[in-house]
Ligand binder design. Structure first.
Ligand SMILES: NC(=O)c1ccc[n+]([C@@H]2O[C@H](COP(=O)([O-])OP(=O)(O)OC[C@H]3O[C@@H](n4cnc5c(N)ncnc54)[C@H](OP(=O)(O)O)[C@@H]3O)[C@@H](O)[C@H]2O)c1
Length: 287
């Protein structure tokens, strides 16, 4: 039984393979990557490394040859129409290679979302459904690391954590927990034709994050919520390129409007309780 993991040189793909190696012999794991040299660490572990570029359907088909299961990790490209084309290539390649089960990393509650990246994931899910390949849709939350990362050191220094999230809450999960969920689906029976919303059953707010940072670092940090325009201006002044500042303010705005507030027990059923926010903050600031 071979399992192919695409995007295996990425952070999530690497973590999935780490989890898989605990239960699956290395010679049954195949890493499909666009940069074979970058995967030398995986080859050293005994994982077979195959070349596959989402833009090149033939290479993807070759990388899926003989595979029973595929974990298709979505493209990181920021051009959403390009992503749709890349994803269609991967799906067609999986169909033509005769893959028996495809797990796809989508977006939590994507069918109800209006953010454009959600449409890419829903388009991909529908493309997969057209093939009749048994599927598992791993509808991932936003990663906790998108919000809790060393970039918060500026807030720790100034004592003020500024966002435009208002009292919005975030159902985020760490990549490590999402990777464990993916590895579980790939190694257990009974997940065919299921869609899982892999979100945190206990969403957190930036008010709570400020409090947790205060507890963990011993430095008082308070959350101050501002308007969308104020946030964008603040981020531009802090040195972010304007499109990046706008994108960040848009994500925060979506949080304030409830985009990341929905809960589900799907993740807990697969992996148990996800890593608590305080633990993530400790790992980020205490090493
Ligand atoms: N839920 C969230 O908050 C969130 C945040 C960011 C991204 N995402 C999505 O989740 C995915 C996995 O996250 P991650 O953190 O592991 O991202 P990542 O570290 O950027 O990994 C992305 C992987 O995709 C590969 N890739 C890029 N273009 C490709 C192509 N044309 N053909 C084949 N492979 C290609 C990359 O290869 P190289 O190593 O060669 O670049 C890398 O292995 C991302 O790709 C993105 O779709 C989710």
């Amino acid at each position: 039984m071979s399992i192919v993991v695409t995007g295996a040189t990425g952070i999530l793909g690497g973590l999935v393979i780490e989890h898989l190696l605990k239960n699956v012999p290395a010679n049954e794991i195949i890493a499909s990557v666009r940069n074979v040299e970058k995967a030398s660490n995986l080859a050293e572990l005994g994982v077979e490394v195959r070349y596959g570029d989402y833009l090149d359907m033939a290479s993807m088909k070759k990388s899926f040859e003989g595979a029973k299961k595929v974990l298709f990790i979505s493209s990181p490209d920021t051009d959403n129409t390009l992503r749709v084309r890349q994803h269609a290539n991967v799906v067609q390649a999986a169909r033509d290679a005769g893959v028996k089960h495809i797990a796809y990393t989508g977006y939590a509650f994507g069918e109800e979302s209006q953010v454009s990246l959600a449409h890419v994931h829903m388009a991909t899910e529908y493309a997969i459904r057209t093939t009749n390949i048994p599927y598992t849709f791993l509808r991932n939350s936003l990663y906790t690391e998108v919000f809790v990362n060393p970039g918060l050191n500026a807030a720790i220094e100034s004592g003020e954590l500024i966002t435009n999230t208002g009292n919005g809450v975030l159902n985020t999960v760490t990549r490590k927990d999402l990777a464990l969920a993916a590895a579980t689906v790939l190694t257990e029976e009974g997940h065919e034709n299921k869609s899982y919303n892999l979100v945190n059953p206990q969403p957190w707010s930036f008010n709570e994050l400020a409090q947790v940072i205060t507890e963990v670092t011993g430095k008082k940090v308070v959350h101050r919520s501002v308007t969308f325009d104020e946030m964008k201006e603040y981020l531009v002044k802090a040195g972010l390129p304007e499109p990046v500042a706008e994108f960040s303010a848009e994500i925060y705005q979506a949080v304030s409007e409830g985009e990341t507030s929905k809960t589900s027990e799907d993740l807990t059923k697969l992996i148990g309780t996800p890593t608590p926010l305080k633990e993530v903050v400790k790992q980020t600031f205490q090493g």
